[in-house]
Design a protein around this ligand. Structure first.
Ligand code: HEC
Ligand code: HEC
Length: 354
């Protein structure tokens, strides 16, 4: 009896305090206050922007389950394991979930490789999920053209939910997502949104944004200003298969280019091929592999040629439905592809040891 009374009292106090907090007028101080950890969407919404693709909450869906789908390919419902999404892959076969650029407004292939070299993260065909809820256009550039005839591409290009479904079908070769599974993945993506500290904002920039938050007419320009600090969409340019020509001897002394090639081989090719991790074809960090890859690349338009494969990709074939996505110019520049061949041929001819 006594316990019940105490609980009731606590509840009553909580309601009064909670209510009080709710009716308290927000001070100007509060409105304009933000810090390094403030999510960028929160800031944009304070400035009056809307349209955030938030996940719908439900009893089944959660960001934790979304994380399991993305990293493991399955999760649980009512304590029971769900069916796997894909027989071959998980989302992280092709997508990172971490930052891929030092400065999210500078997104060239060179910037991306520099950052991968510094951090050791995989260097993959698809864009990272980090900051994806902050983007507003998907499957851009030549992807849009490639899927022109697919009636779903229109929706997928402007709607993150549709983009997830589209990739799940067309790249991940997965089963259909149930509604709660899709919302879980989206909820997980929201844990990966940009924070103020991810954007390269100077102290003066931050002061300007604080002023805009308090003013009535500077809000729209503050929104555009913040959006100029990160890429709104990932561009995609398909390239032709380059003609093979032997590289100049001098290049084999260029340690920067060799290191670039090594990084691409180890953080990209081996990410999927080492011990046949995500493919039926094995590449190892050893002489036989380097010799085979070097020889294949000298023969033009040969299916094992690195020049051919990176630019054309490999569609799903009979027997197994796994496929290798191509690398766009933004994910592997012509110079980077040349560095890859440089490294592989240097290893094949034993010009370098590792
Ligand atoms: C076999 C490789 C592969 C797998 C596996 C894969 N994707 Fe993708 N995905 C791609 C490629 C390639 C693109 C093309 C555009 C890009 O990412 O820049 C893409 C694009 C996307 C996009 C749009 C990104 C943008 O900014 O344009 C979303 C969203 C997406 N994938 C979600 C997923 C989810 C969720 C999974 C797991 C269920 C998944 N993908 C698994 C290769 C893959
Ligand atoms: C995202 C995963 C992924 C990455 C990264 C990747 N591959 Fe692949 N690759 C595949 C898949 C899947 C196949 C399809 C064939 C299979 O599963 O056996 C394939 C096929 C191949 C084949 C042809 C095998 C055949 O059966 O015809 C070669 C050679 C190859 N890749 C080399 C490379 C090289 C070189 C790189 C680095 C530039 C690379 N791959 C990067 C997933 C990947």
């Amino acid at each position: 009896m006594k316990l019940r009374k105490t609980l009731l009292l606590i509840a009553a106090i909580a309601i009064v305090i909670g209510f009080g907090a709710m009716t308290l007028p927000e001070s100007k101080e509060n409105i304009s206050d933000f810090g390094d950890d403030t999510p960028v969407w929160e800031l944009l919404e304070k400035l009056g922007m809307n349209g955030a693709p938030r996940a719908k909450s439900s009893a089944e869906a959660s960001a934790d389950k979304g994380s399991e789908f993305v990293h493991k390919g399955y999760s649980k419902k009512n304590g029971k394991k769900t069916a796997k999404l894909s027989k071959f892959y998980v989302c992280t076969t092709c997508h990172n979930v971490v930052k891929e650029f030092e400065d999210p407004s500078k997104i060239s292939a060179a910037d991306r490789l520099d950052y991968a070299m510094k951090t050791g993260i995989p260097y993959l065909q698809a864009s990272s999920f980090y900051g994806i809820v902050n983007r507003n256009s998907f499957f851009n550039g030549d992807y849009r053209k490639q899927f022109e005839k697919n009636p779903k591409i229109g929706k997928a290009s402007g709607d993150l939910r549709e983009a997830i479904k589209f990739c799940n079908k067309n790249f991940a070769q997965s089963r259909d997502l149930e509604a709660w599974e899709l919302e879980s993945i989206l909820a997980y993506f929201w844990t990966l949104q940009f924070k103020v500290s991810d954007l390269k904002l100077s102290n003066i920039d931050k002061e300007q944004i604080k002023k805009a938050l308090q003013s009535e007419n500077a809000k729209a320009s503050a929104i555009s200003f913040i959006q100029s600090k990160y890429a709104q969409a990932m561009p995609a340019t398909f390239l032709k298969i380059p003609r093979f020509s032997a590289l100049k001897d001098d290049l084999y002394k260029d340690s920067r280019r060799l290191k670039e090639g090594k990084t691409i081989f180890e953080q990209s090719c081996l990410h999927c091929h080492l011990n046949k991790k995500y493919s039926f074809f094995s590449l190892e960090n050893e002489l036989l592999t380097f010799k085979a890859m070097e020889k294949a690349t000298r023969s033009e338009n040969y299916i094992f040629s690195m020049y051919y494969l990176t630019r054309e990709g490999l569609p799903p074939r009979m027997g197994h439905k796994s496929a290798m996505p191509l690398f766009t110019a933004e994910k592997l520049s012509p110079e980077q592809l040349e560095s890859l061949y440089l490294y592989v041929s240097a290893r094949a001819s034993k010009k370098i040891k590792d």
